[in-house]
Write a protein that binds this ligand. Sequence first.
Ligand code: PHE
Length: 465
Amino acid sequence: MFIMIFDYLRYNNTGVFALPSKRENFGSRLGFVMATVGSAVGLGNVWRFPTVVAENGGGAFVLLYLAMILLIGLPTMIAELTLGRAGSRNIVGVFKNLSPRRQKWWLIGLLPLLATFMVLSFYAVVAGWSILYVASSLLGITAGLSAEGLEELFASLSGSYLYPFMGQIFFIAVTVGIVVVGVRKGIERWVKVLMPGIFILLLVLFVRTLFLDGALEGLVWFFRPDFGGLSVNTALQAVGQVFFSFSLGMGAIITYGSYLARDADIPLNSLYISAADLGVAILSGLIVIPTLFAFGISPQTGPGLIFITLPAIFNTLPWSALWTVIFFTLLTFAALTSAVSLLEVMVAYLIEERNWPRAFSAAGAGFIVFIASIPAALSQGPVKSLRLAGLDFFSFLDFTASNILLPLGGLLIIIFIGWVWGTARAGAEISSGGSPFRWFLPWSVLVRIVVPLAIAYILVSGLFF
Ligand code: PHE
């Protein structure tokens, strides 16, 4: 009954579910999957995943990460895409469109908006480093350096007053430029070339890593779980990594879902997106971790880890500068397609809820992100001693956004979908494209009970105990 009334209102486009008259859709099915993969695959996979695996003891963390994907990541991906398509609006408008009258569920959307600012402001710093590495390898600075030499190079580049800003400004400006052009024209075309490119290059690197002396020990460390070292804090890191890497809990997937064509198969697309994201993360881990062992680099190196390990592998190959340039160029592009999806969350909100023009929204949001990214960049060098809750500013932003705001945003979104909007409506939305939703029952049990309880438990115990 409910569903019928709901569908009636939707199809008649009445005020309650006012659908925007003209919304951009993705041009092709592959285009959508690729753009969403573009959002998911980024620094989170190549930079953040190996770093958290190294910091959290290897194999057991990898297993925990896989479990969190199945338990939380995949069901939430399906839920967010569905909510986005049904609500056909930005992160705040989606809730206004779909919640019962006069209830203030749209307030949930403000949390992801805050999270996007925080994530973008340190994301731009790391992407800026990647650009600096393209420049340094073009200038022949990275070639021939030993692992220690590369450690020094990273410290001096990221610690400088000037260079990080150049990388950051360039990165934010290009992101703003793409968002101004619009989702479809701006992203779809690029990602189709880019994603296969980065995957192939990672495969080449992986094969090279296998032949490094001492690499085997690293492989074993990556796969052999040592459950003794696990704690709820590790679980929190794993959940944070799933949300970060899958672009969940912050409106990016909801906003992309709102551009998704009616007949697209949401569960199948979610499966493709998750598999691609996981594949790139595992591949990066399989490259970085064995390299640590081969070159005697500390697993606790922190955010600079891949900027030391990856050039170190390239330096064992002929034409090392060329490899390094190509790799960091591709990594910068992968970061761009993710940053675009982050900025698009804010821009879609400003356009639809505040009636700002697209170009103005993108430039304004970009400017604020730039200001917020200044302390993050400086905290890796000049003001490293400034600490918040025992962390430098960069790590503080990363920890708060990834391990607290994203899971919290995800928890509220999932409660809304499971209990307010309802899994029955979500199920109807999913099958409205023509293909029946075969996993409806297990999915709704996960979304209503397992996911919220798991996130709430891990969040509370990981933070407070
Ligand atoms: N998922 C992206 C990555 O792994 C980052 C991201 C997070 C993008 C949240 C959008 C939203 O790099």
